[in-house]
Write a protein that binds this ligand. Structure first.
Ligand code: 6PG
Length: 237
């Protein structure tokens, strides 16, 4: 597996470097298909993009999500609402560049709709839609996108999108599954904070039982996996 990790002194340095990566790929002549993550880590990235790159030409990037909570697009829980508030509303991005998951829809119907949409819009590689770049976070329990340890079968489910359930809140989610995530040209984990360290160490050092964590199964079939970690999240001891 083509994998590397980059350690940053601070979350700001990590987010700044990834922002530059997004800017660089946006200079492509082709349309670039990028899936965003939810959670709190993207907030710093979005703030950097909305300020330092406020006047950048984002027209070559089409934005998707790796997962979405089954809530409306204005809900404080919505991954789309966060990206819109912190990023899209501050830069020149047209609505036809944004392909949100309709969290307000019936979850099963939306998983089908979004999966079909990805087949229609993305290049097909190995019989699956192929993202140019997927940005992922990781929870302290080792989940990624909305694939949680208690539903790890979603890492191998032969569907592009599925309904998932948060293990604590019971909240329904729509998530990309393992096969389409692993079919991307580039997968980037952005992970910060000391609380993530035990799980990162377990996965990267393949410690006993690491296979129970969904993030451990992010293994691109033909692309590159890059772990962007801050020093708090990875003490290379
Ligand atoms: C979500 C995310 C989820 C997130 C991790 C890490 O919808 O919540 O897609 O996978 O990336 O939970 O979240 P933090 O960035 O808040 O640690």
């Amino acid at each position: 597996m083509n994998q590397k990790k980059i350690i940053f002194k601070t979350p700001h340095a990590l987010a700044s470097t990834f922002a530059e990566q997004l800017v660089n790929i946006s200079l492509s002549r082709e349309i670039i298909h990028v899936a965003l993550s939810g959670g709190s880590t993207p907030k710093l990235l979005f703030n950097i993009l909305a300020n330092k790159y406020k006047n950048h030409d984002w027209s070559r990037i089409h934005f998707y999500w790796g997962d979405e909570r089954c809530v409306g697009p204005h809900d404080s829980e919505s991954n789309y609402a966060m990206a819109k508030k912190l990023f899209f509303d501050h830069v020149n991005i047209a609505n036809n560049q944004i392909f949100r998951i309709f969290g307000e829809n019936n979850p099963k119907q939306e998983a089908k709709r979004y999966g079909d949409l990805l087949f229609d819009l993305l290049p097909i590689v190995n019989d699956l839609p192929c993202f140019d770049l997927i940005y992922l976070g990781m929870g302290e329990d080792g989940h990624t996108a909305s694939i949680f340890p208690h539903e790890i079968e979603l890492m191998t489910l032969q569907k592009v999108c599925s309904v998932a359930t948060h293990p604590v809140s019971g909240q329904k989610r729509v998530t990309l599954t393992g096969p389409i995530i692993n079919n991307a040209r580039s997968i980037v984990f952005l992970i910060t904070g000391k609380a993530k360290y035990p799980r990162i160490k377990s996965i990267l050092k393949e410690q006993c039982g690491f296979e129970r964590f969904p993030a451990a199964h992010i293994q691109p079939t033909h692309g590159q996996l890059t772990w962007y970690l801050d020093e708090a999240a990875y003490e290379d001891t």
